[in-house]
Design a protein around this ligand. Sequence first.
Ligand code: GSH
Ligand code: FES
Length: 158
Amino acid sequence: MSGSLGRAAATAASALLRWGRGAGGGLRGPGVRAAGSGGSGSSEHLDALVKKDKVVVFLKGTPEQPQCGFSNAVVQILRLHGVHDYAAYNVLDDPQLRQGIKDYSNWPTIPQVYLNGEFVGGCDILLQMHQNGDLVEELKKLGIRSALLDDTKDQDSK
Ligand SMILES: N[C@@H](CCC(=O)N[C@@H](CS)C(=O)NCC(=O)O)C(=O)O
Ligand code: FES
């Protein structure tokens, strides 16, 4: 984990990541739309975003190409648990989203993780939950079986 944490992601102008769903569309002219007016940083929009998928992350970069070690840590932890199907939004593509999610969550940094529409925390908290077993339990509540349980079972039964 510490190896991947420290590895700097390659730079690339990353398009909004995922899978058909994007944060806020590409309206990014200078000064376009104030937060709170229904734009990508508005609480209404963010409310919908975090509730649309069971697992939602706000990253710098994408799961494929994280642009910061902290965001990479979140991606790697989810990967360890076999969680690949999640919504990820790249705040580097959208300054309004970057500020809006901080205000919405009342949390000053990126990455941010939401489970079932509820704010969980950033990478430190996710790492802690990974280490103390809480993440397995929280995923279970969402109907997601952590891949780490399968690993453990294999080891125990051999
Ligand atoms: N300790 C934080 C690390 C994340 C962090 O410090 N993020 C910084 C640097 S990437 C950040 O988002 N700063 C504000 C910003 O860049 O908008 C966590 O647990 O998530
Ligand atoms: S982008 Fe510099 S620490 Fe995250």
